[in-house]
Design a protein. Structure first.
Length: 183
């Protein structure tokens, strides 16, 4: 049995080996990205992360992932569209999307999906008690929205700290603008 603080025959702990393996993956990916053997002209690679501050600086060099685009949480029309798409094919009765949109400010697409899942679970429990299934209504979704907190709030708390205190290059300026914070 090998514990984290034990050293193997080569003198590297498991923790060091894990970091070394991660470094090898990054180096291999960057070698592929730089196209040593092939021409990458005309190739656009996009990536997404919810923690850009954890990116290895080697990824951020010009010609690699050198631009960061801030994608804010969905606005009202986007939340309505997400709700309509996610509710398509589900047993839905009368749903007032305008009311739901107002009560889900700051919710991400994943948060909205969680609200729908909570509402469906509640409806299933109700159907088992009553013995009669009924479709989702506005009140069911509103009750579910009250039980679920927007996950974007915690993210913005972290992002705000990086934008205020680790933003020498200005890569997080869009977050400050979104939060209406002057630096």
């Amino acid at each position: 049995m090998l514990f984290f603080d034990e050293v193997d025959a080569l003198g590297a702990s498991r923790t060091d080996m894990r970091h070394s393996a991660g470094r090898n993956v990054i180096n291999q990916f960057l070698a592929e990205l730089d196209g040593v053997d092939y021409d990458n002209e005309g190739v656009l690679i996009l990536a997404a992360t919810n923690a850009p501050w954890h990116l290895d600086s080697a990824f951020r060099r010009p010609g690699r992932f050198d631009r960061i685009i801030f994608v804010p949480p969905p606005d009202e029309p986007a939340r309505e569209a997400i709700l309509r798409i996610k509710l398509k094919g589900k047993p839905v009765g009368d749903v007032n999307y305008g009311r739901l949109v107002k009560k889900t400010d700051g919710f991400s697409g994943a948060d909205l999906e969680a609200v729908i899942d909570l509402a469906i679970e509640s409806k299933l429990e109700e159907a088992m008690r009553k013995g009669i299934p009924s479709p989702l209504e506005t009140a069911d979704l509103e009750n579910a929205a009250k039980k679920h907190r927007a996950t974007t709030k915690e993210w913005f708390s972290t992002a705000k700290n990086y934008a205020l205190f680790a933003n020498e290059a200005g890569i997080y300026d869009e977050i400050l603008q979104y939060l209406n914070i002057k630096k």
